[in-house]
Design a protein around this ligand. Structure first.
Ligand code: SF4
Length: 271
């Protein structure tokens, strides 16, 4: 990037825990004095050359982030992701509150996340949170004042059993039953949050175990869930059980497409 003499920046929070925001505030305080590098924080994206984003991009903030990006002048329109959350979704990467378009959500796969799902990112400054010095160092690189000390390599994640060109690694295979359980647990969080999630899932897995002993597990599971449904008084739990039943079979069908051996998953769920 060409040397930039002065950059006006606009800071947006895409759902951070505020840890990164505090560090950004620190950087603009007189102690670190960001303005000595020619950087000025502005209150409006229309005046900004660069957008500083903190946080993992929630479903609520995605529209605001996109609008802020579009409101900026077309050039240089730099976007800096500050913090691990803004770089990849961080510890919140599989949260139900986040915006995530990946079809691999909850399926024991590496996923992309963070604001890069709605805006192109020019610079990542990872850290949880990054220290003010790290943020300054990143911004100094952006301005062309400092050279990069380290150079990244592009690593590509491949599904088990596949080989690819260049630098790649294979995601370790996990037992399918475990993968199913993890996915159900992830998906259930979207429906009931943390409210009794594990208790509901445990009940469902017990019903599933019973259903697997039957010749027609799909019908048997449906009957068992209906019985549970009629006895249960809490409507949230009822909805969660029906959701688990539907999600379970859609996952079995989906995973089943990967190969015949995977079709046996229904027989060994959470062994
Ligand atoms: S990177 Fe860490 S400090 Fe920053 S928003 Fe995420 S959790 Fe908070």
């Amino acid at each position: 990037m060409a040397r930039l003499k002065s950059v006006w920046v606009y800071h947006v929070d895409a759902g951070s825990c505020n840890g990164c925001d505090i560090e950004v505030l620190d950087v603009i305080s007189p102690y670190y004095d960001l303005e000595r590098l020619g950087i000025k924080v502005v209150p409006n994206p229309r005046h900004a050359d660069a957008l500083l984003i903190t946080g993992p991009l929630t479903r609520q903030t995605r529209i605001g982030i996109r609008k802020a990006y579009e409101a900026m002048p077309p050039k240089p329109r730099i976007v800096v992701a500050i913090g691990t959350c803004a770089s990849s979704g961080g510890i919140f990467y599989n949260s139900y509150a986040l915006y995530n378009t990946s079809p691999e959500r909850g399926r024991d796969r590496l996923r992309s996340g963070g604001p890069e799902m709605v805006v192109p990112i020019d610079m990542y400054i990872p850290g949880c949170p990054p220290s003010p010095e790290e943020i300054l160092y990143g911004i100094a690189q952006l301005l062309g004042i400092k050279e990069k000390k380290m150079h990244g390599e592009y690593w590509k994640a491949l599904p088990p059993g596949e080989e690819g060109d260049g630098v790649s690694f294979t995601i370790p295979e996990r037992p399918l039953s475990l993968r199913l359980w993890i996915t159900l647990r992830d998906e259930l969080r979207r429906v009931v949050g943390y409210y009794d999630r594990d208790a509901v899932l445990d009940d469902f897995m017990k019903l599933l175990e019973q259903a697997q002993k039957d010749e027609n597990p799909r019908e048997r599971l449906h009957d068992l869930v209906t019985g549970y449904f009629l006895k249960e008084k809490d409507s949230r739990v009822k909805v969660a059980m029906r959701f688990l039943e539907e999600t379970y079979w859609s996952l079995v069908d989906e995973y089943g497409e990967w190969g015949e051996s995977l079709r046996k998953i229904g027989k060994s769920a959470r062994t």
